[in-house]
Design a binder for this molecule. Structure first.
Ligand code: PLP
Length: 474
């Protein structure tokens, strides 16, 4: 068949692209257990990507797939390897690639109804489901974001709009005492980053001390808020963490919610790592209080194993989210429809990709229970790892294991010994673990947010760690 435009494929090319894609996905999946965790980047090959920027004449479907297979894949990190345990990063679920292909094909612009009716309803369905997991009321609204960092940034912008009179018109360009944010020393850097971006300034972020389980100390929080009020500052917002990035600790959300109510402060819960553990019944008591937050962030690209990027912000009183972001744009309005949500009114973007499709597709294909099972398994594997560490003379846990982060030290090992051990484990393809520092002590962190990890994988890592310890004792 003749090509109708230079930029579409002929029937034959489309069939060939399909064959090559299916073969690539299949080989990738089958090769995972034997694959290298970290590539040994071929610098010359990567340099050619810079040198031959873009060809004047296209290399065609087969040429493209050859380049993908020969240059891109071998120089990419295998995040789906079952012993990839270095970050809070879930490998994509099994239907991710197909949902992404469909999303790219229909290319819905998820900003307003007319451009994306089904996408708008799908996003709303995903958000309503996530809100129900948190226990938010029907007034809640949200938006899918590029990740947890952006969800926190967008939450704090909402809190500014809600709590600072005249914020939309005058911003922070008025002479008023500084606003202050409270979070813990264990909070993610995205809180500082949001404060910097929003013009609050990192000097106005108080990092509250934590208890022996790395949870925000509420007495210390109260004292710091009181001192700030006394000094004439404006306490404004608390960011509590449901699953800290280093140790997975969960701040005392209920007690913090009480304090925020008493003191009239906006409460944002950073649930980027931990929020989705609310899927598991046994975690609900620990996370009680999340439902009382003004806003919460969660990351489907972590524990719903959606491919990057899929974060989520939920605001308990959805009208506040809309008030912070909606601007009239006469050229974009259509008749009201009860099904309709114009997501351009709920966040900073106008053009937006159809992120909800990959989340929704996986929920359809596998069902919620499969995610509950996978999430619960990560919790169990972390406990299994922790028991293995405790049972090994020469290894010591650095922190209680609340969720799936297991932090430990090799006794008497220095920071550089730990760094070398991490390098060795990665180089021999045993596992990719990460460094951690807790209370000034350097150690190692395994974060099990990987639905492919099995008990055998954890046992293999423990066995290797025992060899290392034994060789140190010789
Ligand atoms: C507690 C916490 N908050 C925020 C983030 C940032 O999330 P994202 O990488 O999706 O921006 C992370 C990432 O690991 C996290 O663990």
């Amino acid at each position: 068949m003749l090509r109708m435009s230079e930029l579409v494929l002929t029937d034959e090319e489309r069939a060939r692209a399909g064959e090559r894609l299916v073969a690539l996905l299949d080989r990738y999946e089958r090769g995972l257990p034997e694959s290298r965790l970290l590539p040994e980047p071929d610098r010359d090959q990567l340099a050619t990507l810079l040198a031959d920027l873009v060809p004047e004449k296209g290399i065609g479907v087969d040429g493209l797939f050859d380049r993908l297979e020969n240059t891109i894949l071998p120089n990419s990190t295998t995040v789906a390897h079952p012993r990839f345990l270095a970050y809070v990063l879930g490998p994509p679920n099994g239907v991710a690639a197909y949902a992404e292909a469909v999303a790219a094909t229909i290319n819905q612009n998820c900003n307003f109804w007319q451009l994306s009716p089904a996408a708008s309803v799908v996003e709303r369905a995903v958000l309503e489901w996530l809100a129900s997991i948190v226990g938010f009321p029907a007034t809640a609204k949200g938006i899918l974001t590029g990740g947890g960092s952006l969800a926190t940034l967008q939450a704090l912008a909402t809190a500014l709009d809600d709590r600072v009179p005249g914020f939309r018109r005058t911003g922070l360009q008025r002479s008023a005492p500084p606003l202050v944010i409270y979070t813990s020393v264990e909070a993610h850097r995205s809180v500082d980053r949001a404060a910097a971006i929003l013009g609050i300034g990192v000097d106005h972020v108080r990092h509250i001390t934590v208890d022996d389980q790395n949870r925000m100390d509420v007495d210390a929080l109260t004292a710091v808020i009181d001192a700030d009020r006394e000094a004439g500052l404006r306490p404004w917002c608390v960011v509590a963490t449901c699953g800290t990035v280093a140790t997975g600790s969960v701040d005392p959300l209920d007690a913090i919610a009480d304090l925020c109510e008493e003191q009239d402060l906006w409460l944002h819960v950073d649930g980027a790592y931990g929020g989705l553990f609310l899927l598991c019944e046994e975690m609900r008591e620990l996370m009680r209080g999340a439902a009382r937050a003004d806003s919460i962030s969660m990351d489907p690209h972590k524990l719903l194993f959606a491919p990057l990027e899929a974060g989520c912000l939920l605001v308990r009183d959805g009208a506040k989210l809309r008030a912070a972001y909606a601007f009239d744009s006469s050229y974009l309005t259509v008749a009201e429809d009860p099904l309709m949500t114009d997501y351009m009114d709920y966040g900073p973007q106008l053009s937006r990709s159809f992120k909800a499709l990959k989340v929704w597709s996986a929920l359809q294909a596998f069902g919620v229970d499969s995610f509950r099972v996978a999430t619960r398994r990560t919790l169990e594997l972390a406990q299994h790892f922790a028991r293995g560490v405790e049972a090994t003379t020469g290894l010591t846990l650095l922190a209680p294991v609340t969720l799936t982060a297991v932090c430990f030290v090799v006794d008497d090992a220095s920071h550089s010994d730990h760094t070398k051990l991490l390098e060795t484990l990665a180089a021999e393809n045993t596992a990719l673990l990460g460094p951690v520092m807790i209370n000034g002590r350097h150690g190692i962190r395994a974060c099990i947010t990987n639905h492919r990890t099995t008990t055998e994988d954890i046992d293999l890592i423990l066995a290797r760690l025992r060899e290392v310890v034994a060789s140190r004792q010789r």
